[in-house]
Write a protein that binds this ligand. Structure first.
Ligand SMILES: CC(C)(COP(=O)(O)OP(=O)(O)OC[C@H]1O[C@@H](n2cnc3c(N)ncnc32)[C@H](O)[C@@H]1OP(=O)(O)O)[C@@H](O)C(=O)NCCC(=O)NCCS
Length: 179
């Protein structure tokens, strides 16, 4: 289905509404998920945090992306998520519209690889596939069938091996080494 809602850039003023929407859709236990380990102390990528607004309900859709590094080579990647749509506005194409818009922007920014943890049949609609077993390691438990990737540049996954970690943790480690 094609959505009549247009994704817009998220602003700092949207933050409380976004947090409420995430609590509503995922529940309060969401912060225990492995994906959250990759967002702690991390900063969402500029220009890729988008929302969909509804005249009656306010923010009804949200998506964001987080910078990651992978393995000893420090291969760059993005974490997609969370993406959430208000229960009263689901199945109207908003989620797919948010993903298509932001993935195109990510590609235009030069990002090569996106990973996420989520329902494979849904994300397959925009091209995500299962990460080959053992190639990438997340910092916590994950169902391997839900660990997915999308190449924005052909062949990008082949450069990525090992532990996935937040990009700025990498920066801190390098700074510590330089001391
Ligand atoms: C999952 C979610 C982001 C999808 O967004 P949405 O705007 O409702 O979905 P869209 O309108 O873009 O897409 C709808 C289509 O995707 C399918 N779909 C929706 N969620 C799905 C899922 N978890 N798995 C497989 N298919 C799914 C719908 O059946 C529908 O299919 P159709 O086009 O054949 O009718 C949204 O429903 C949501 O926030 N859910 C709560 C959080 C959640 O369950 N997340 C799990 C995914 S990781």
């Amino acid at each position: 289905m094609t959505s009549s809602y247009l994704p817009e850039a998220a602003t700092p003023a949207d933050e409380p509404a976004i947090e409420s929407l995430l609590d509503l859709t995922f529940g309060l236990s969401r912060r225990t998920k492995t994906s959250y380990r990759l967002r702690e102390g991390n900063t969402a990528i500029d220009g890729l945090s988008m929302v969909v607004r509804d005249p009656d309900l306010g923010v009804v859709g949200t998506i964001s992306y987080w910078p990651l590094r992978i393995g000893e080579a420090g291969t760059e990647a993005l974490l997609l998520g969370p993406i959430a749509i208000h229960p009263d506005r689901q199945n109207q194409g908003i989620g797919l519209s948010l993903m298509r818009t932001t993935l195109a922007k990510a590609a235009a920014q030069g990002h090569a690889l996106v990973i996420l943890v989520g329902d494979a049949p849904y994300y397959a609609r925009v091209g995500f596939m299962k990460v080959p077993d053992g190639q990438l390691i997340l910092p916590g438990p994950v169902d391997p069938r839900r660990f997915l990737f999308l190449e924005l540049r052909a062949g990008a996954l082949s450069a990525a091996h090992g532990l996935v970690y937040p990009a700025n943790r990498f920066a801190r480690t390098r700074m510590a080494e330089a001391d």
